[in-house]
Each structure stands twice: as C-alpha cells, then as structure tokens.
Design a binder for this molecule. Structure first.
Ligand SMILES: [Zn+2]
Length: 82
C-alpha cells in the first residue's frame, strides 16, 4: 500500500511514517527537520505531503470527517500525484 516505485529516496516507508506523525502533530522536531529537508529533494514525498495536507484541510474545513469517503480521498490523490 505504501509502496511507491517512483520514490527515489529509498526510504518511502520511513517518510510516510513521519508524514503521518507530522499530520497528527506527533512528530519530534528532529523528525520534522528530517522530513522537511527530505521533501526539498524528493518530489514524490513532497507531492504526497501536499496531497495529505489538502485532504486534511478539506476534512477540517468543508466536510465532517466521518463523511469523507475513502473514494474521495483517492480521487484527490489521483488528481495531484502524477
Ligand atoms: Zn522520498
């Protein structure tokens, strides 16, 4: 599921784990530093980060969280991730 053949970092699982921590406000400062430094170089993780941020934003602003179907999240991912 988290497998991304386009990620050049070779650390996609680690990035994904930290990304989720950041989204939940649970990342340590060193994890955040690692991630933000990484997405400057890795477009795949950068795109992923943007998508997840937009989904979170959408859930917060427009829709009640439980009303967001997984298909909608998938649609957004498809649109943004190349
Ligand atoms: Zn990456």
């Amino acid at each position: 599921m988290s497998d991304c053949p386009d990620c050049s970092c070779g650390n996609y699982d680690k990035c994904l784990r930290i990304l989720n921590l950041i989204l939940d406000d649970e990342a340590t400062p060193s994890q955040e530093a690692y991630f933000y430094d990484h997405i400057e170089k890795c477009m795949v993780c950068f795109a992923h980060y943007n998508v997840e941020m937009q989904i979170r934003q959408l859930m917060k602003t427009k829709l009640c969280q439980k009303m967001v179907p997984n298909e909608l999240a998938d649609e957004i991912r498809k649109k943004i991730v190349p």
